[in-house]
Design a protein around this ligand. Structure first.
Ligand SMILES: [Zn+2]
Length: 340
């Protein structure tokens, strides 16, 4: 398997400077479905193939490890990122985030990079604590047009919309609504299948423990592309080691071709099939054990049986095993129809 090529120069140094990072993200009991996904998606680092050299952007200067002895002489002199091979996300750097010891301070903050000359987002960095999490319903983000933004509808994508305004740091973590420094043009697939399981993991942890998680999401743009190739997500809990991951989520949509320079896309044409027609043919599969179904757009939660679950845009439909209280604490409010 060649999909998980990434560079390990500086790894020795990083291991020395990072705190112990032994646990897989897949420990939060409320997200068993997502956990399975993460495990499947997670690439053992042994699979890294040092021979493959793919073009990839260098790490941001501040994150680039200092010159240090390469682990292997054959490694290229820069980080690169894995190629998409059917999984929405893969571990990178042995799943160890690049935070430094002196950043491991249990005080909440959030900071967002200024847009660059092309209007593109940079890293969004936070120490997530309960005090940053949302206390009111999510507002509109429709006025923000991230770099490369366009409306693109296709058949074969549930809900039909290819692109989402994709939060770098999820609303459920830092309650940022229409912050242009925190929204990129992301595929429905990346948003829902790549990033969301990790976001829920962190949100559940902070909510349950009151602890802090150092958390950074960095969009990776190759050259002057307006659409990110993917995002890296780093997280490390500060008061303990429950949360520790470093993953790359692919900004792809299976079946759709994306021109990352412009945002233009091609694929199976949207035929304007009505929602009514779709709901007759579309089987909505709710995993066993699901307690509630979240609508990640409206921030409502429903009983799995609620008609709204079938009617909602499939891109926003997220079955969870959370309790009612947990849904509310995560920023969701109960549906007015099924009244969960
Ligand atoms: Zn409902």
């Amino acid at each position: 398997m060649r999909k998980h090529s990434f560079f390990t120069i500086g790894l020795t140094l990083l291991i020395l400077t990072l705190s112990a990072c032994g646990k897989n993200p897949a420990v939060v009991r409320d997200t068993e479905a997502e956990v399975t996904e993460i495990r499947e998606a997670a690439a053992p680092e042994q699979e890294a193939d040092t021979e493959e050299e793919t073009e990839a952007p260098a790490f941001p200067e501040t994150e680039k490890p200092a010159e240090s002895e390469p682990v292997k002489d054959s490694e290229p002199e820069e980080y690169d990122y894995p190629s998409f091979n059917g999984e929405p996300s893969v571990q990178i750097n042995g799943n160890k985030p690049l935070f430094t010891e002196d950043q491991m301070v249990p005080e909440s903050f959030e900071e967002y990079s200024d847009l660059d000359d092309l209007g593109r987002c940079g890293a969004a960095f936070a120490c997530v604590g309960q005090d940053l999490m949302p206390t009111e319903e999510r507002g509109s983000i429709g006025e923000v047009h991230p770099s490369g933004w366009q409306v693109a509808k296709y058949d074969g994508i549930e809900g039909n919309y290819l692109y989402n305004r994709c939060h770098l740091i999820a609303y459920s973590l830092t309650a940022e609504n229409a912050n242009e420094k925190n929204l990129i043009t992301g595929t429905s697939y990346m948003n829902r299948e790549g990033m969301n399981p990790y976001e829920i993991l962190v949100a559940n942890y902070v909510r349950d423990t009151g602890n802090h998680v150092l958390y950074r999401v960095t969009p990776i743009f190759e050259e002057d592309n307006l659409i990110a190739s993917g995002v890296t997500m780093e997280a490390q809990s500060i008061e303990d080691d429950e949360i520790c991951f470093y993953v790359y989520c692919f900004n792809v949509q299976p079946g759709i071709t994306i021109d990352y320079a412009t945002g233009d896309t091609s694929g199976p044409e949207y035929t304007g099939q009505s929602e009514e027609t779709k709901s007759e043919t579309e089987e909505v599969v709710i995993p066993e054990g699901t307690t509630y179904v979240l609508n990640t757009n409206t921030q409502k939660f429903h009983y799995p049986e609620c008609d709204s679950v079938r009617e909602m845009n499939a891109n926003n439909r997220l079955p969870v095993t959370m309790t009612r209280e947990e849904c509310i604490e995560a920023g969701y409010s109960p549906c007015g129809n099924c009244k969960p």
